[in-house]
Design a protein around this ligand. Structure first.
Ligand code: NAD
Ligand code: MN
Length: 359
């Protein structure tokens, strides 16, 4: 039976880079047995301005029928950012219990890290970010509005089950992929309730995975280490907020937002998982044909791996590495001179020319 994918291009550069990912998907479909059908949904800020909501009332119900979701990016100056995030991305992540946010930090061949002068080791690790609770809770409020003592409270919600789920995923991931160490980001010296609880629950899971080394590092020091010794890391486990910040840093260290992919995974497989670039809608370059399509295409590769096509994932990554060898084929953010469209076309050409017998 064909796998069904829901495509949500979104706003800004989202549709521009999604177009390139769909070209890649079409090329793979015609060159290999890849039994995938997809539908495109125009849920975006434009949709919101027309209908007063980011997605139709039965939108989530519709998505439930898909095996996976490929997402572009959202964000538009005409709609508040918290509306686009809390009415589209968050409901998808939460409803479909996508409690794992997976972000590879891998320096591809042909990418120069901004740290190139200061270190020589290979940057290749993964960040596993808790994706459904923690600091991103929308619980709290503004008090004493307009008064001198006006204040805001934002609650963080950490549950035993939530921490256990992400920690177990991290240690199991390490085991499965032959990593020997999990690094947990914490701040229990200053955030004394939630982060101590995080340490305690992660510690328990570490105890039951004695074959994997476990270290906890304060997130501020960890940020510095990402820059000073990025080759030290294997699996980094973090709460929602810490993981969000660390993964943009990880992305910058490995070559930039233009190439970094992510996966929002529902490990039980009961609901669809969602794949999207780490970057946003990049309004500063939208409409100029300058967006780098690699992050979106790499996200597609992660999606294909998720639906069982490891071979096509690897094939796409090799093609991206080949693309990176020629600066006239890549976009300006990574030192090239190609437009979004040219980079996408060059990638498709490489994929077709390197057609291999896949297993
Ligand atoms: P951003 O990721 O959109 O842009 C940050 C910088 O990186 C910009 O200078 C941009 O030009 C550059 N950049 C990003 N992607 C690129 C690409 N593919 N090629 C070349 N350069 C690229 O982050 P931001 O500026 O903080 O946010 C812009 C909007 O995106 C906001 O509305 C924000 O809420 C939204 N956003 C959405 C998501 C999402 O959809 N998951 C994620 C982050 C931000
Ligand atoms: Mn982010």
């Amino acid at each position: 039976m064909a796998s069904k994918i829901a495509i949500i291009p979104g706003d800004g550069i989202g549709p521009e880079v999604m177009k390139q990912a769909l070209k890649v998907l079409e090329a793979l479909k015609s060159d290999y047995t890849l039994d995938v059908d997809y539908d495109v949904f125009d849920w975006s800020s434009d949709y919101y301005l027309k209908h007063g909501r980011m997605l139709p009332e039965d939108g989530l119900e519709k998505l439930k029928n898909y095996d996976a979701i490929l997402f572009g990016a959202i964000g538009d100056s005409r709609v508040p950012d918290d509306v686009t995030v809390w009415e589209l991305i968050m409901p998808i992540r939460k409803t479909f219990e996508q409690y794992v946010n997976f972000r590879p930090v891998k320096q591809l061949k042909g990418i120069t890290s901004p740290l190139a002068d200061s270190h020589s080791g290979e940057i290749d690790f993964v960040i596993l970010r808790e994706n459904s609770e923690g600091e991103y809770s929308n619980s709290g409020g503004l008090m004493f509005h307009g008064q001198e003592k006006e204040m805001a409270i934002q609650n963080s919600i950490f549950t035993k089950a939530g921490i256990k789920n992400i920690a177990e995923f991290a240690f199991e991931y390490a085991r499965k992929h032959h990593y020997s160490k999990v690094t947990s980001a914490t701040k229990s010296n200053a955030i004394t309730h939630t982060m101590k609880f995080w340490d305690k629950e992660v510690g328990k899971i570490a105890e039951s995975h004695r074959d994997i080394d476990y270290e906890k590092v304060y997130v501020d020091a960890l940020a510095a280490k990402f820059v000073q010794q990025p080759e030290e890391f294997q699996v980094v486990l973090a709460s929602n907020l810490f993981g969000d910040i660390l993964s943009d840093l990880g992305s910058a260290v490995a070559g930039g937002l233009g190439i970094s992919p992510s996966a929002n995974i529902n490990p039980s497989g009961e609901y669809p998982s969602m794949f999207e670039p780490v970057h946003g809608s990049a309004p500063d370059i939208a409409g100029q044909g300058r967006a780098n399509p690699i992050a979106q295409v790499w996200s597609l590769a992660l999606l294909l791996e998720h639906i069982g096509r490891n071979d096509l994932h690897d094939h796409i990554l090799k093609a991206i590495e080949k693309l990176l060898l020629d600066k006239t084929q890549v976009t300006n953010d990574i030192g090239g001179s190609a437009s979004t469209e040219e980079a996408g076309d060059a990638l498709v050409k490489i994929l077709r020319e390197s057609k291999v017998e896949l297993t």
